[in-house]
Design a protein around this ligand. Structure first.
Ligand code: PGA
Length: 252
């Protein structure tokens, strides 16, 4: 399976000029890199800019950090799957821990996943525990995030699902998890997905790691952590660092 690296720019950069420069720098830097798919998820306001500003042939794609679940209607401030699709987006992050910290529940995440997968786009479901306690991480938190987040979603739609394991204590802290722990937790996640949708479908669902990924640890997470890719926050705002991460993963 081709590895997937997603850049989560969060609420940065501050100007469209910087956003375009960053996207173009990354696109140039990863041009010849094989076996890795690169998706940049900028703030909504830069999506069209990326669509227009990245040369057609570049393999770097644009994705979204969030979406609203209704297709259309009077919802001030929200963005629909239709609008994202029209802006060239084919991948949407859902249930990022920073959004869950604001107000998103598993129920809301479920509505968004239904909307994204139902619209034929890929959804990245973020799961992860707040405290570094292995005993509670899966049975109490991640298991619920998977089951409640994916409740009543047609199995056939799981072909467009991606899971990102992001322990909250590792996100934006500079304290990344260890490849060994990531291997253990993602193995449990994969096993649960088998139970939920059967091995044939589950074995095709990419499982990523995110949380303080940098140039130095990226290779080990993919090699020893055995994940299918990475979700990169802070380090994705520096073109050079992000390009090095993509290159490191392409060599695994
Ligand atoms: P980080 O963010 O790489 O800055 O820890 C990861 C994320 O928010 O997905």
């Amino acid at each position: 399976m081709k590895r997937l690296i997603i850049a989560n720019w969060k609420m940065a950069p501050q100007t469209s000029r910087e956003a375009l420069r960053l996207a173009q720098g990354i696109a140039r830097g990863v041009k010849g890199v094989k076996n890795v798919e690169v998706v940049l998820t900028p703030p909504f306001i830069y999506l069209l800019l990326l669509k227009l500003g990245l040369p057609r042939l570049t393999r770097v794609k644009a994705g979204a950090q969030d979406v609203f679940w209704e297709k259309n209607g009077a919802y001030t401030g929200e963005i629909s799957t239709n609008q994202l699709k029209a802006s060239g987006v084919r991948l949407v992050i859902v249930g990022h821990s920073e959004r869950r910290a604001l107000w998103e529940t598993n129920e809301i995440v479920n509505k968004k996943l239904k909307a994204v997968l139902g619209a034929g786009m890929r959804a990245v479901l973020c799961v992860g525990e707040a405290e570094k306690q292995k005993e509670v991480a899966f049975p109490k938190i991640i298991r619920d995030e998977l089951h409640e987040g994916l409740a009543r979603i047609k199995k056939s739609l799981f072909r467009n699902l991606i899971i990102a394991y992001e322990p909250i204590w590792a996100v934006g802290t500079g304290r990344a998890d260890t490849p060994k722990n990531v291997y253990e937790i993602t193995t449990i996640i994969r096993r649960e997905l088998y139970r939920m949708v059967g091995k044939r479908i589950a074995s095709k669902i990419p499982v990523l790691y995110g949380g303080s990924v940098d140039e130095k640890n990226a290779h080990a997470f993919v090699k020893d952590g055995a994940v299918d890719g990475l979700l990169v926050g802070g380090a994705s705002l520096n073109a050079k660092k992000f390009i090095n991460i993509v290159k490191a993963v392409s060599e695994v």
